[in-house]
Design a protein around this ligand. Structure first.
Ligand SMILES: Cc1cc2nc3c(=O)[nH]c(=O)nc-3n(C[C@H](O)[C@H](O)[C@H](O)COP(=O)(O)OP(=O)(O)OC[C@H]3O[C@@H](n4cnc5c(N)ncnc54)[C@H](O)[C@@H]3O)c2cc1C
Length: 496
């Protein structure tokens, strides 16, 4: 992957079929938001997605979006503003503020609310808002059934506006003229290489680099470098595409993780099977916001099908973390210690009576933050593949094919009691934070802070140095930056 430069390319003739106003690289959340916004602004749009299906990491997300000043909040009687949103976000990352990007952070705080309203206008229904301290008011908006609903609405809006969407189409290179203006891309589809031109700009929405082993090792600390990426397909292609342009990179070493997570179930959950019909989504959002918790049980179980994180309360209550060979691991940094095992896999082992304590708040096993909590019985019923019981360490060692001596010595006095093991758990990465440097129009900048004309970056690729700790900020940025860049690139195609 590279940029192709020079007058030969600049002189190339493109037929009308090969010319677009805006080309979007990546059909995840930020890319589809960019395509929908550019299409709504009247641009002729092409989306190139390398996978056979749209969605990217966005499709794996819980679907939480944190935003201030939304209609959802107003309907719930909540008064909110972007300044208090900025202050509360800062409380999550106080020690990292010197490395953050205050301009983009203010833009996120200001524009995430209008983004949520825009998504509502497109037919997305939100449950909530929900609390997430230290946010001073309820700011977390959740979609039911998950981000699939948003992806579906954005794709529909893009297609309705006439956008062309090609899957299985991997972008290979940016086309750059002698003045360093990006004017198109080359991509491969069905074994053929194609060239297309973009009058208004190319929008890089190609996601993060968590799936690229070499980049993880080059930039991240050892535990994160060894962790299992949830989306192995996000291989940092965008970084390779911009390399010849000498685009500036920021905070490549920053990461919030790895996190300990249960392995994903092989079957799809209710949340993933539910149709995305707008009326059903609206009814589901209402139900989710207002129904008593017992009525939400089927959805709670369904959410656990995804890669949920076990609560650290398990270790506080006396659970022990062991490697898959039975060796004792350090529970104070569970994900780090699991990441450094040979197979990056572990089990949480506890006395059966401890497991039974995890049956009511505050003792939950996992949570979809602010939305729902899952307890031991939910796991026993919904994820029996993760629950292993035995009369003692010897029985558990047989069930988990572990070394009996190792397990018994890790468990100490617990070894002779009835036991429950939860797992396998793995050290996983949701997303990396390192990104291209961008300005408040999402235009990509070089090392001197100059704009690389014709090139925008959005979502993870265009995070611009922001360190998004706390829930719901990555999706807020993906949809917000996509919406803004799509609009600006569309306007630029008209003025050129
Ligand atoms: C389990 C999980 C739960 C999460 N939950 C939340 C949540 O609730 N709230 C939140 O805010 N964040 C959440 N996140 C983080 C959030 O999902 C991501 O940060 C966000 O979706 C990134 O969006 P994106 O558009 O930048 O990337 P993506 O959605 O990954 O899209 C990038 C797309 O580009 C494509 N692509 C890459 N290279 C090329 C190429 N060369 N040519 C063409 N296409 C290419 C990829 O295939 C992909 O489809 C979660 C993440 C995970 C893993």
């Amino acid at each position: 992957m590279s940029s192709q430069t020079g007058s030969d390319d600049a002189d190339l003739h493109f037929s009308a079929n090969d010319s677009f106003d805006v080309i979007v690289i990546g059909g995840g959340g930020s890319g589809l938001a960019a395509a929908a916004a550019a299409g709504q602004a009247g641009a002729k749009v092409l989306v190139l997605e390398k996978q056979p299906q749209l969605g990217g990491t966005t499709g794996w997300a819980v679907g939480s979006i944190s935003a201030a000043g939304t209609r959802v909040q107003k309907r719930a009687g909540i008064h909110d503003d972007s300044q208090s949103f900025i202050e509360d976000m800062a409380a999550f990352t106080a020690e990292l503020l010197p490395r953050d990007n205050p301009g983009l952070r203010a833009m996120l705080a200001r524009e995430a609310g209008p983004t949520v309203d825009w998504l509502e206008d497109l037919g997305v229904a939100f449950a909530g808002p929900y609390a997430e301290p230290p946010h001073r008011v309820l700011r977390m908006h959740n979609t039911v059934p998950g981000p699939r609903l948003i992806l579906d609405r954005l794709e529909r809006a893009a297609r309705l506006s006439g956008a062309e969407i090609q899957t299985g189409a991997a972008t290979q290179a940016l086309l750059v003229d002698a003045n360093k203006q990006v004017y198109g891309v080359t991509y491969r589809v069905g074994g053929h290489e194609r060239r297309v031109m973009a009058r208004g700009g190319v929008i890089l929405a190609s996601g993060d680099f968590s799936g690229n082993d070499t980049m993880r090792q080059a930039h991240l600390a050892s535990a994160a470098a060894r962790a299992v990426p949830i989306n192995p397909n996000n291989r940092g292609d965008g970084f390779a595409l911009v390399q010849p342009l000498k685009a500036a990179l920021c905070n490549m070493d920053a990461i919030f993780g790895p996190q300990l997570r249960f392995r994903r179930a092989s079957r799809l959950g209710l949340n993933e099977r539910m149709p995305t019909w707008p009326w059903l989504a609206k009814a589901a959002a209402f139900f989710f916001t207002h129904a008593p918790s017992w009525m939400l049980k089927p959805l709670v179980r369904s959410l656990m099908i995804a890669n949920m994180s076990p609560s650290e309360r398990l270790f506080e209550a006396g659970a022990v973390l062991v490697a898959s060979n039975g060796q004792l691991l350090d529970p104070s940094r569970p994900a780090h210690s699991v990441a450094h095992t040979n197979d990056r896999t572990g089990y949480i082992v506890m006395a059966a009576q401890v497991a039974n304590q995890f049956s009511a708040l505050p003792n939950y096993i996992s949570t979809a933050p602010g939305i729902a909590y899952a307890f031991f019985k939910d796991y026993a019923r919904g994820r029996p593949d993760l629950v292993h019981s035995a009369e003692n360490a010897s029985g558990l060692a047989v069930a988990l094919q572990m070394d009996e001596f190792s397990l018994a010595s890790s468990l100490g006095v617990l070894a002779k009691t009835p036991l429950i093991a939860l797992g396998p758990v793995q050290a996983m990465l949701t997303t990396t934070e390192g990104a291209l440097s961008v300005d408040e129009k999402c235009q990509v900048l070089d090392a001197n802070g100059s704009v690389l004309a014709g090139l925008y970056a959005v979502g993870c690729m265009g995070q611009g140095g922001m360190l998004l700790r706390g829930h719901g900020l990555h999706l807020a940025w993906a949809f917000t930056s996509g919406r803004i860049a799509g609009n600006i690139a569309a306007q630029s195609s008209k003025s050129d």
